[in-house]
Write a protein that binds this ligand. Structure first.
Ligand SMILES: [Zn+2]
Length: 201
């Protein structure tokens, strides 16, 4: 439904099941973002007999995700609560490998209540475990916004100019009751007009 209405989609996958579940989220559910993606690199979790070279599958899938600019919402605390090896040492979390493979990653609480965390806590944990610099944190957060589903936030480098806000203002005048996609795009005029940074680093 969401896909047929051209809406953005995030799908949680690779939290319990392996790499194939992540591909399923992208191929079958048209995910733009993946929640978790924790077992993306775990070839031992591949079950299909059709996949002969499991490591190759992992490598190809990672490259595919990078090429399609699919963003992985990394849920550090939540994963620590469900994966015992990570509870002891967060440095084992595949977030490091995701960064090495230049995947688009950002931070997500998964849930604030059950995991008892906040986005700020998630960032602090990542900085501590992976030694991120301020610049790296900034890039990760900005990429998260770029790949968010806020209209206007997806603008490319330097395109959030007067021209695009004019376009947005135009679309915000679209009569309500148009398609969900039109309503979604029209729903955040003040965000686009005043809050979107003029330039992405
Ligand atoms: Zn989840």
């Amino acid at each position: 439904m969401a896909h047929e209405a051209f809406l953005g989609k995030t799908v949680h996958a690779g939290e319990d099941y392996g790499p194939e579940s992540i591909f399923q989220a992208i191929g079958d559910l048209h995910a733009d973002r993946i929640g978790h993606g924790t077992w993306l690199f775990d070839a031992t979790k591949i079950t299909s007999p059709r996949i002969k070279d499991r490591q190759r599958y992992v490598d190809d899938l990672s490259e595919f995700i990078a090429d399609k600019r699919i963003t992985i919402e990394v849920c550090l605390t939540s994963n620590q609560q469900t994966v015992p090896e990570l509870a002891d040492d967060l440095r084992r979390h595949p977030f490091g490998e995701m960064r090495r493979r230049r995947l688009s990653t950002t931070f997500c609480t998964d849930n604030r209540l059950v995991s008892h965390t906040t986005v700020s806590d998630e960032i602090a944990r990542a900085v501590e475990a992976f030694g991120l610099t301020a610049r790296e944190v900034k890039d990760i957060l900005i990429y998260g916004f770029k790949r968010s589903f806020y209209p206007g936030a997806t603008s490319r480098r330097g395109t959030t100019s007067a021209r695009s806000s004019t376009t947005r203002t135009g679309s915000s005048r679209t009569p309500a009751g148009r398609s969900p996609y039109q309503r979604w795009k029209a729903g955040w005029p003040s965000f686009t007009a005043t809050n979107t940074p003029g330039r992405w680093p």
